[in-house]
Structures are given as structure tokens and as C-alpha cells.
Design a protein around this ligand. Structure first.
Ligand SMILES: Nc1ncnc2c1ncn2[C@@H]1O[C@H](COP(=O)(O)OP(=O)(O)OP(=O)(O)O)[C@@H](O)[C@H]1O
Ligand SMILES: [Mg+2]
Length: 405
């Protein structure tokens, strides 16, 4: 069976991860390489220093090329940041012909009607994802083309993003000689990697708690219902520790990863001290208290971000936590006790994915693998035109079309 090479870059706030996969079928994906580099030049998911971001991206790409033995020339890229907003909008059109048969052009018309939400200046539509259709009032139609009716409705999930944030990210990647094939909102990519079809159908909240942002996706009736980005994640936890315990940031980060737990029932002796290089030490009880209260706040923020206060009925399958910060021991128990709903940790690896893939069992790589799965599933890309302008762009696009290069 023919195989194709799929590549993506997850430009995170703490790490940049480039992934190269060889795809034979949806359940036959060989990971050829993942290149990871510490991220610099990003703040809360957006580029704030182009030169530094470029360096980090280039290092991660070089590493992925070295491990996979493949040359990377174009990639899918994840997008996140507090500039992201989302809304559900309906569109409606009449099917005017005598046969009342819904044709592909009717689908196009209704989708374009639904896309007509007011977009604030400086923003543009990143994704417009049809959730479900209705024909003559009959709801829950998944694929209306070929069916008959005189009125076609669609409900769409519209995601908007800041034009400049996206331009800066795309520019960083192109400046190292790699083309951006498409963009995917990061929570949608992470959800691809960690949610089951049953959870999406019944209703589930996914939160990817990374370094700079907590990316949220809510699924209901098999499709995306809500997306959001909270500009608080692991970085702020470390920052609080550093201030609260009077430790340098890097030491606080190491202590967090090595000694922390947020399990609600955990008993820690008052005198217990934990230490790390250069004689830095701290009370373990205090360390865990600071992290627990920050995580409780963050879990509340996730719930505040929900489109309804009745989040338990919205998501009977509960909350799936992923992203690097979901490695915190005791987080599942803390979240279950606080939110009184089922909670599990979403790990990106699943059956049918093999190769140099050990690293992908860490939830920090949910977005990275998700960007590959988004392409494998053949999901529609972003609404943003990434065509390159000018003579160089035209030549590059021509070569791409002719030779797939
Ligand atoms: N064992 C651990 N315990 C607590 N926190 C951890 C652990 N391992 C990783 N983290 C935290 O995970 C965060 C990084 O997660 P991740 O790699 O998902 O972020 P990112 O993708 O770079 O950032 P973002 O998606 O927010 O832009 C860091 O803040 C790090 O401290
Ligand atoms: Mg991330």
C-alpha cells in the first residue's frame, strides 16, 4: 500500500516539537522521528521574539530530520494564544430547484452564510467547522448532499485568530526555508490525539495544560462544540513557586517536576524538606500547597470557560486532561474531588502508531501527534489562505504543484 510522509511542528511555549510520520493507513502510522528543542521567543503561545523563535524551530527541525533521515520542506502548524475566540453560528439557505436535491453547491452556499459572523478588526476566521445540518427542520443530519428538502440549515463552530500572531508564526517557519502547508488550532489537534469517538459523541471537555496556555475543546454529539484558550498553565505554577519559596525559577521548575503532588488526601510531615542542587531546599508541604491551590484555580478557570454552568450535563464523559502539566501526580484525584465529574489523563499514543514513538506517551505531545492525526483523518484545513505572494512565492507554489516538493 502507498505510504505518504506527514510532517508537523508544534511551537509550544516551553518546547518546539517537530514530527515526521510515514502513513500507510489511519491505523498504520510509523513515527520516523520527533525533534524537540527548548522554546525561546514565545510567550503564552505567541511569538514575541522572532529571532529566538526561529532558532528554536530550526533546532527542532534539524533534530527531526536527523532522526528520521527525511528532508522536511512543508509542515502543518499548531496555533494557540489568548487571541483565539470561538462562536457557534447558524446559516440557512433555500433549495430552490424543483427536484429539491441538495447538491455540493448548496452546501457551499449554506457554509458561506454561516461564516458571515462579524469578525473584529485585526482578526480572521481560522476554522469554520460544520457541526450538524438540518433539512426542513429535521435536525442532526450529518451529510445532506444527495438528500431532498427545501430549506437547509447548518450549525457551524467558527474560530477566529489574530492576523498578526499568525503572520509572525508563519514568517518564523518560512524564514528557515520550510513552507506552512496548513494551520490547525491546537486544542483541536490535541483532541484528535487523546479523545475516543464515544467521548466526543456523549460529551467531553478536553484541557491541554501546557507551559503557557491551557487549550480547551468541548465535544458534543460527535463534533466540536466549544474551543477556548486560557493564558495560564505550568509556567505560572512555577512562577508562583519561585516567588512563594524564594527560589530561582529554574530551581522551582526542577522541584515542581521532582517533588510535587496535588493529591488531596496526601499527608506530608510538617518538617519534611526537599532539596536540589546548589543547596536549595524547601518545605515539601508548602511546595505541594502552593501548586495545589494554583491548580485548583486553573481547574475553576476551565469550568468558567464553559459555555454553560451545567457543565456536567454538557460533558457526561467528564474531563480529559493532557499537556505537560497533566503529569502532576494527584491531578486526577484533585480535579475529581473539586469538579465532581470523571477525570482521566489523555496520553497521545494509541494502537496503530509505532516506530520511534516512546516520547509520545507523554501527554506533553498531544498536540504534536494530533497535528499528524488531523492530516491522516483528512480533516479540512484552516480558512486562511497561505498562498505565497510575489515571484518567489509563485515559483515555489508552481514547483510544489508540479513535483509535490
Ligand atoms: N512531572 C511534571 N510535573 C509538573 N509539571 C510538569 C511535569 N512535566 C512537565 N510539566 C510542565 O509542563 C509544562 C510544559 O508542557 P507542554 O510541553 O505541554 O507545554 P508547551 O506545549 O511547550 O506549551 P503551550 O502548549 O502552553 O504553548 C511545563 O510548565 C512543565 O513544568
Ligand atoms: Mg502545547
Amino acid at each position: 500500500m502507498a505510504k505518504r510522509i506527514v510532517t508537523a511542528i508544534d511551537v509550544g511555549t516551553t518546547k518546539v516539537a517537530t514530527i515526521v510520520a510515514s502513513v500507510k493507513a489511519k491505523d498504520n502510522i510509523e513515527i520516523l522521528g520527533v525533534g524537540v528543542a527548548p522554546s525561546t521567543g514565545l510567550h503564552k503561545g505567541i511569538v514575541v521574539n522572532m529571532d529566538q523563535a526561529k532558532q528554536s524551530i530550526a533546532t527542532s527541525v534539524r533534530e527531526a530530520q536527523r532522526i528520521s533521515g527525511m528532508h522536511i520542506d512543508s509542515v502543518y502548524v499548531g496555533v494557540t494564544g489568548r487571541h483565539i475566540t470561538s462562536v457557534n453560528n447558524r446559516g440557512v439557505v433555500a433549495i430552490p430547484r424543483d427536484d429539491r436535491l441538495v447538491r455540493p453547491q448548496d452546501l457551499k452556499r449554506v457554509l458561506s452564510a454561516a461564516r458571515g459572523v462579524p469578525v473584529p478588526e485585526g482578526k480572521q476566521v481560522l476554522h469554520a467547522i460544520p457541526r450538524s445540518y438540518a433539512l426542513d427542520g429535521q435536525e442532526m443530519v450529518k451529510q445532506p448532499v444527495g438528500m431532498h428538502g427545501s430549506r437547509l440549515d447548518v450549525e457551524t463552530h467558527i474560530i477566529t485568530a489574530s492576523i498578526t500572531s499568525i503572520q509572525n508564526l508563519v514568517k518564523c517557519i518560512r524564514s528557515i526555508g520550510i513552507d506552512v502547508e496548513d494551520l490547525v488550532l491546537e486544542p483541536l489537534a490535541s483532541a484528535e490525539a487523546v479523545l475516543t469517538p464515544e467521548e466526543r459523541e456523549t460529551g467531553v471537555i478536553m484541557a491541554d495544560i501546557g507551559g503557557g496556555t491551557t487549550d480547551i475543546a468541548v465535544f458534543k454529539s460527535g463534533s466540536i462544540y466549544h474551543t477556548g484558550v486560557i493564558p495560564v498553565a505550568g509556567y505560572q505554577v512555577t512562577s508562583d513557586l519561585s516567588i512563594g519559596l524564594g527560589l530561582p525559577f529554574e530551581i522551582a521548575e526542577k522541584m515542581k517536576k521532582k517533588y510535587s503532588s496535588v493529591a488531596p488526601e496526601l499527608e506530608i510531615e510538617e518538617t519534611a524538606q526537599v532539596g536540589i542542587e546548589n543547596g536549595h531546599s524547601a518545605s515539601q508541604r508548602r511546595l505541594c500547597q502552593i501548586i495545589s491551590s494554583r491548580m485548583e484555580e486553573l481547574l475553576q478557570l476551565i469550568i468558567t470557560e464553559m459555555p454553560t454552568s451545567d457543565y456536567r450535563s454538557l460533558a457526561p464523559c467528564g474531563l480529559v486532561l493532557t499537556g505537560g502539566t497533566s503529569n502532576l501526580p494527584g491531578l486526577t484525584e484533585l480535579a475529581e474531588a473539586l469538579l465532581r465529574m470523571p477525570v482521566r489523563i489523555g496520553r497521545p499514543l494509541s494502537t496503530g502508531i509505532y516506530g520511534i514513538s516512546d516520547i509520545l506517551s507523554d501527554p506533553a505531545y498531544a498536540t504534536t501527534l494530533g497535528l499528524v492525526l488531523w492530516q491522516v483523518e483528512g480533516k479540512k484545513g484552516s480558512e486562511i489562505s497561505l498562498k505565497r505572494h510575489g515571484i518567489r512565492g509563485a515559483i515555489a507554489n508552481l514547483f510544489r504543484r508540479l513535483f509535490g516538493a
